[in-house]
Design a protein around this ligand. Structure first.
Ligand SMILES: [Fe+2]
Length: 348
């Protein structure tokens, strides 16, 4: 995906070493044109393979019925990425949360990660205080991440409660792409079955702050029904590790409605499905909360957004061992976890 400042037609050239193929996006027979937001899917790529690509846009000066007037063309640099591989032996990722419109935190927190070579980055909610316009998304997220990694390494945006606030909240989905094109989804990469949930707002739907314009109870219930079916799938049950990533924690997060509703709906399914790990944010108090009577899984909460409270979480997993480390913004390791797979795949 990329954004242009003027109406354009856009395309992607890609190949293993040099551009050998070209892709556009067409819908109902029409190739996208005269748009600002570009979203093109490359099809038929091989898992676990390195590809190069560049994106190009050509300005459309006038779009008349029988005459086009074309302007300048701009090409990006040639970038590389590696396609995800569900059968990879290892997977590694980074989690950032609760940045709250402080884009300098991205570069600072990622600078603490030794040799940034992880497969992906999860943005685990509350990247913004509220959503105002496209320029905020560009200045506070897309440009800083583009300079740091996102031309090469993908990120997945887990929505936090603050992404649901502001006049631009309903445009959020135009700018980000997730598996299944939803805010809640699952996917397998290497030995981990990932589940991302969208925990919604933190107060009850009827709270005056929302003026009758939110409906998160039914949305969380929809996700609970999906999750109940998900934990019964073979893909879920055969994965060496099952990791859930969502913004509002089920515990250690006060007693407001958002937390309590997530606890009521999701926690029994997390316990029943024997998830290995839950990673959250939201409380601004970092911590690793071990398995107890209520949650039969370790609950990791990243901190933020102020100095001395920000964290970056790194995780690596192979088929036997998952290792998590949480670094505070002064570089001190403030928590770690080592988990053995409890779901060894049966030998064939
Ligand atoms: Fe939050």
């Amino acid at each position: 995906m990329w954004i242009t400042g003027k109406p354009c037609a856009g395309w992607v050239e890609y190949g293993e070493e040099k551009p050998t193929q070209k892709a556009v996006h067409a819908d109902l027979g029409l190739v996208d044109a005269y748009n600002l937001i570009n979203r093109i899917t490359l099809k038929g790529l091989t898992p676990g393979k390195k590809y190069g690509y560049r994106v190009s846009s050509r300005e459309i000066l006038a779009f008349e019925p029988y005459k086009m007037s074309w302007g300048d063309r701009q090409d990006s640099e040639w970038f590389y990425f590696t396609t995800p591989d569900p059968k990879a032996e290892k997977v590694s990722w980074i989690v950032l949360n609760d940045i709250h419109d402080r884009p300098a935190s991205f570069s600072h927190l990622l600078s603490l990660v030794n040799e940034f070579s992880q497969d992906m980055v999860f943005l685990n909610g509350d990247m913004f205080d509220f959503e105002t316009d496209q320029q905020q998304i560009i200045d506070h997220l897309l440009n800083p991440l583009g300079e740091l990694f996102s031309t090469t390494t993908p990120f997945l945006f887990t929505r936090g409660n603050h992404e649901n606030r502001g006049v631009f909240a309903r445009q959020h989905g135009l700018y980000f792409e997730n598996p299944d094109n939803r805010y809640y989804f699952s996917f397998r990469q290497g030995p981990v079955h990932f589940i991302v949930l969208d925990t919604g707002e933190d107060k009850e739907d009827s709270h005056e702050a929302y003026q009758g314009l939110v409906a998160f109870d039914v949305y969380r219930e929809e996700q609970a029904r999906w999750l109940a079916a998900e934990i019964e799938t073979t893909a879920y049950q055969q994965a060496p590790f099952r990791v859930v990533i969502m913004h509002i924690p089920t515990f250690e997060s006060g007693d407001w409605h958002g937390t309590m509703h997530c606890r009521e709906l999701f926690n029994p399914l997390f316990n029943k499905g024997k998830i290995d790990l839950l990673i959250c944010g939201h409380t601004h108090r970092y911590g690793i909360h071990p398995i107890n009577e209520e949650h039969h899984y370790p609950l990791v909460i990243g901190g933020g957004p102020l100095e001395t409270r920000r964290t970056v979480i790194t995780v690596t997993a192979d088929t036997n061992l998952l290792e998590l480390a949480m670094l505070r913004d002064d570089g001190v390791k403030v928590g770690e976890l080592k988990l053995n797979s409890q779901h060894r795949r049966k030998s064939p």
